[in-house]
Design a protein around this ligand. Structure first.
Ligand SMILES: *[C@@H]1O[C@H](CO)[C@@H](O)[C@H](O)[C@H]1NC(C)=O
Ligand SMILES: *[C@@H]1O[C@H](CO)[C@@H](O)[C@H](O)[C@H]1NC(C)=O
Ligand SMILES: *[C@@H]1O[C@H](CO)[C@@H](O)[C@H](O)[C@H]1NC(C)=O
Ligand SMILES: *[C@@H]1O[C@H](CO)[C@@H](O)[C@H](O)[C@H]1NC(C)=O
Ligand SMILES: *[C@@H]1O[C@H](CO)[C@@H](O)[C@H](O)[C@H]1NC(C)=O
Ligand SMILES: *[C@@H]1O[C@H](CO)[C@@H](O)[C@H](O)[C@H]1NC(C)=O
Length: 360
């Protein structure tokens, strides 16, 4: 590859990198608006019963597995700097533990782990016999079961039932009519937008000018549920939170999702997600895919045109060379015959050489 070719290639690679860089979704930032208030929402502790008796095979073994999974979840969150983790501890008996922890996406990993620790402390003290347990706070959600089923379907509970939980604030908005109207429309948008995002998560704000207030809303579906489960849960969240109006805050929890609104900031203005774009159907995932495809096609086109240009130049040169060679090697008397050789129609270098050698 010559100097010019290298330059072309460098340019092409740069263009593709630029396209990819520009479309890379933003990283979550730390959030300092919230006073790190982390309101407790609900805890459930389900025991495995057999004729009314606890049927755990070995309590020490169960607690050991609780501890193992909690420790692994914590390590996972911290070492991978993530806001969602899974862990499991398998037993020969029936005391296996499958666990998951999920934090709201506007938190830092440290805020996440802090909420996780609070949650686990409650589970350890109040649910040592638990074979199905969950606990939810504003900032995080921790759950374990003795089977994997809940990972994909959060409504599968091995022991007991999970119920939705609604918790409303105590303060009413000063202008309820306009407040209800704006927040209802906002919550409705969030309900439709959340299942359309790539990570089933939304954080958004809307101003109520007459109240001189901004409403903050977040919604998050359980990790790895499907779109339908997320949508159903968000519909319940919308119905639930509507019952909180015109209170200035509300929280909804269900096994499949979490949603919260408040006029008190609990994430930063620069951590919001543009839901108008999501509602139009341009989820960030889709735009990243489109941008990547466009980038790759562009790259291929550039490389292709470079190769075409090169081979065109080369074949032109070969044909010119050929004329010269022909003039030199052809005996005068055979000139006519050579003219009938299909030299000019052959583009490929190796083939062009062939008639000449066969002739001589
Ligand atoms: C945050 O905490 C400070 C002091 O602890 C308090 O004055 C302020 O009102 C709190 N802000 C919110 C939004 O709760
Ligand atoms: C689990 O950990 C807690 C403290 O985190 C400890 O008190 C308890 O003894 C441990 N249980 C087992 C079975 O290791
Ligand atoms: C857990 O138990 C402690 C002590 O009995 C109690 O104070 C606390 O409220 C319980 N936590 C939950 C979430 O029920
Ligand atoms: C909402 O109000 C805040 C503060 O008053 C302002 O900074 C922000 O630009 C407003 N947002 C919209 C979408 O109007
Ligand atoms: C709106 O609220 C901001 C701060 O919360 C205040 O500075 C401003 O004066 C208020 N505007 C009106 C019209 O009340
Ligand atoms: C987001 O806003 C917070 C507080 O306003 C600020 O500390 C932080 O640097 C901002 N992050 C970015 C990426 O702008």
């Amino acid at each position: 590859m010559d100097h010019q070719g290298l330059k072309w290639l460098q340019m092409a690679v740069l263009v593709v990198l630029l396209v990819l860089l520009l479309t890379k979704p933003g990283f979550s930032q730390t959030n300092d608006r919230d006073n790190n208030t982390n309101v407790f929402i609900i805890m459930y502790c389900g025991e495995k019963l057999y004729f009314g008796q606890n049927a755990v095979m070995s309590l020490p073994n169960l607690n050991k597995n609780h501890n193992l999974t909690f420790n692994e979840l914590r390590t996972e969150l911290l070492s991978k700097r993530v806001l969602y983790a899974r862990a499991q501890a398998l037993s020969a008996g029936d005391d296996s533990v499958f666990a998951a922890a999920q934090c709201r996406n506007y938190l830092s990993v440290d805020q996440c782990v802090s909420c996780f620790d609070t949650a686990v402390a409650q589970l350890v003290t109040n649910c040592s016999w638990g074979t199905s347990a969950y606990i939810s706070y504003d900032n995080c959600f921790v759950r374990y079961e003795d089977s994997v089923d809940f990972y994909n379907n959060p409504y599968v509970m091995e022991y007991g039932n999970g119920w939705p939980r609604l918790s409303c604030g105590k303060q009413s908005a000063s202008q309820p009519t306009i407040f209800n109207q704006v927040v209802d429309g906002f919550l409705s948008d969030v309900r439709h937008a959340t299942p359309k995002t790539s990570n089933f998560y939304v954080a958004s704000t809307r101003n109520i000018t007459s109240e001189n207030a901004t409403v903050y809303v977040t919604a998050q579906c359980a990790e790895s549920v499907n779109k339908a489960i997320c949508q159903n849960c968000m519909n319940r969240a919308y119905d639930g939170l509507n019952d909180c109006l015109p209170n200035t805050e509300g929280r909804f929890f269900d096994m499949g999702c979490f949603a919260r609104y408040s006029t008190t900031p609990f994430f930063n203005a620069n951590q919001t997600i543009d839901i108008t774009n999501v509602l139009k159907g341009h989820s960030s995932k889709v735009s990243v895919i489109i941008a990547t495809v466009v980038g790759v096609i562009l790259f291929i086109l550039i490389v292709l045109s470079w190769f075409l240009y090169r081979s065109w130049k080369k074949s032109k040169r070969t044909e010119q060379d050929m004329e010269v060679v022909r003039e030199q090697i052809t005996p005068k008397g055979h000139r006519q015959d050579i003219k009938h050789e299909p030299i000019r129609t052959r583009k490929c270098d190796s083939l062009v050489v062939h008639p000449i050698t066969s002739f001589s």
